[in-house]
Design a protein around this ligand. Structure first.
Ligand SMILES: [Zn+2]
Ligand SMILES: [Zn+2]
Length: 361
């Protein structure tokens, strides 16, 4: 099926990162639809820390910007066309888009761990374009319906929230157990919803920004720690009567926070590293390891999380809405990125509208 035959758009206005600090709006071609694809009008895109990394440094770890790249991978939209072999969707459906498409054939894909697929095509990871664009064609298998009463903006959170859900599943959070979340950025804050959905008991969260800690309280954290003023290990210890927590989730990526988070665990506790690190390595307290048997999990994206992530977000919709702080049209993309990069204390999630602007404030 060819786009022209169905009177579908063939080009789309996109936010293209030409090089570091150079975002331009360009007309880019839309991929031709395959029978198993849908075409989606992108209604909202959240800016992620990783998008900002490419914007201001041109790389994340081994992934290096090596040519123009369309950014964006946290998105929702409306279906405008369905391929002949797509049965689950119809034109007009409102959806969230999972931004990674794995090969489906390798050892990892065949064992349900498709996020580890070596041939993963993940949006806005060079050389795969993202979806800060008006229209995309996309495999229907990686598109999920969102409820009628869920806004497109909250729908975009299903991507970063999937990371929290994946981490909670990896840790296998049990009812009533204590959780420490290190870092109250968007993913750290979303992790509160995951911990609550898994029926965690006390949720302790740390950050350096008082405004983010206040938000964490509103979202359901039991205790907050301002790392600028207090020692994390001592505070967690006093909140848990000297026991330490059952689970820690490190979502700040800060070097010393990564080392400290481990030390908040009770013997036999589990920790998940979610945050994109500012340094490749962090000091590891080996004597803590050999005296306490912590279990350490690395978290890379997610797999099979979208339906559950959307359900939990739906249960927390009003709260989730509080994370959305700034709204821009596609033409204002550079302002949106500068806002994400520089305004940490009063900005959480920045949303860009590739088509009509749905919200101003
Ligand atoms: Zn993201
Ligand atoms: Zn694979």
């Amino acid at each position: 099926m060819v786009n022209e035959e169905k009177n579908l758009p063939t080009t789309s206005k996109s936010a293209v990162l030409q090089e570091v600090f150079d975002l331009e709006i360009k007309d880019t071609p839309i991929k031709k639809m395959k029978p198993t694809d849908v075409m989606i009008k992108i209604m909202a895109v959240g800016i992620c820390g990783s998008d900002v990394h490419y914007y201001d440094t041109g790389r994340i770890g081994n992934f290096v910007l090596d040519g123009p790249l369309i950014l964006g991978h946290e998105s929702s939209g409306q279906i405008v066309a369905v391929g002949d072999e797509v049965n689950d969707f119809k034109v007009g459906d409102r959806v969230a888009i999972e931004p990674g498409v794995p090969c489906g054939r390798c050892e990892y894909c065949r064992t349900g761990r498709y996020h580890l697929c070596p041939d993963m095509q993940f949006m806005a990871t060079p050389p795969i374009d993202g979806d800060l664009t008006q229209y995309i064609t996309y495999p229907a298998d990686f598109v999920y319906p969102i409820p009628d009463d869920m806004s497109y903006e909250v729908g975009t959170l299903s991507e970063p929230f999937s990371v929290s859900v994946h981490a909670a599943q990896k840790l296998d959070i049990q009812p009533g157990k204590t959780v420490f979340i290190s870092g109250a950025g968007p993913v750290g804050l979303l992790t509160i919803f995951a911990a609550k959905a898994f029926n965690a008991g006390d949720i302790i969260i740390s950050d350096v920004e008082e405004s983010r800690l206040e938000m964490a309280k509103k979202l359901g954290a039991s205790h907050t720690i301002n790392v600028k003023e207090k020692d994390v290990k001592e505070e967690v210890s006093s909140f848990t009567d000297g026991h330490g927590v059952d689970y820690a989730l490190e979502a700040s990526g800060n070097n010393s926070a990564e080392s400290d988070a481990l030390l908040t665990l009770k013997p036999g506790g589990k920790i998940a590293y979610i945050g994109m690190p500012t340094h490749d390595t962090a000091p590891l307290d080996i004597s803590f390891m050999t005296s306490n048997e912590p279990q350490i999990f690395g978290i890379f994206r997610y797999a099979n999380t979208y339906p559950l992530a959307i359900k939990i977000l739906h249960d927390n919709m009003e709260q989730a809405n509080r994370l959305l702080t700034d709204f821009y049209s596609l033409d204002e993309v550079t302002d949106a990125f500068e806002r994400t990069r520089t305004a940490k204390s009063d900005s959480l999630k920045v949303i860009i509208y590739p088509n009509e602007k749905l919200r101003d404030e």
